[in-house]
Design a binder for this molecule. Sequence first.
Ligand code: C5P
Length: 341
Amino acid sequence: MHVTFRVPAKINIVLSIGPLRPDGFHDLATVFHAVSLYDNVTARWGDEEPRNDDDPRSEDEAGGDAAPGDRDHVSLTLDGPYSGRLPADGTNLAVRAVHTLAAAAGVPARAHLRVTKAIPVAAGLAGGSADAAGALLACNALWGLGWTVERLAGLAATLGSDVPFSLVGGTAVGTGRGEKLDPLVVPGALHWVLAVADGELSTPAVYRRLDELREAGAAAGPPASGTLALGSLAAGTGPDTVSVDASVLGALAAGDASEVGRLMRNDMQAAAVDLRPSLAQTLSAGREAGALGGIVSGSGPTCVFLAQDAAHSRMIVQALEDSGTCRATEVVVGPVTPSQS
Ligand code: C5P
């Protein structure tokens, strides 16, 4: 028996970052949006697919210090266009997700995972979170646990701030450190072009650079402390310091792509462009091609452009390719959700 889930990449249509919290995270307020670029995660009982010793991207991982005779056994095979730079051992977030779910459910961690990566790594698209979400969904089904997505989401938050959203997809307002979600209904499809950059950006490094730029007065700071935004109270972290503008929510609910494009913004963009100045050229190329909006996605370095329709997406792709300012382009639509295949 095996179970496969395809799990989408995410972009952030707006992303406001608050101050650094005592726990090392930043409060944020964002609109997450899942788009049609997917990793596939398959889970099967390990003994159905023996380890392939000739495959360099295939590794056994027996729960770190698992003793012989332990019933835990997790292994991972990576393939697909973006599998090359990822560890296939116990540090991979998908493997950690399997162990976390097994421990929480009180069952042995037994699975062989295959992750087929079409989502670029460390690109601001939550590819690692997608893999962790896929592993949770697939093992939940393989092991017959019957956990609801809401119950899985509680566990997902311990794996990473974006993992709860990767489990549900669609469009959602995210607050806290990104783990608190309020779904949004968006009528119809939005058409996007992703400009995939050469190389990666580390999310913590981009957050650190943003703090430094703010400290130096070179990037707009978080709202003055004491500002109370509408929103829920994060347990133990005080009132939310940032919120999503109502005008963005209105534009999304109305399916008004031009207005959504005009309102797209990302507080992390200044830091990502500071670390990777060539992103400024990518952003200019997409905007000159008439994109309704164009920003860095999450912590970057992927840039995301909103198009009027599929034909307009192709025009933007052509302009980006002609500009020679990115490594690859992807035409995607959103919102989409994870699904079992
Ligand atoms: O939650 P996740 O593992 O994706 O976070 C990676 C790192 O990004 C954190 O250790 C933290 O440095 C930074 N981060 C943050 N504020 C957030 C989310 C992530 O500072 N809301």
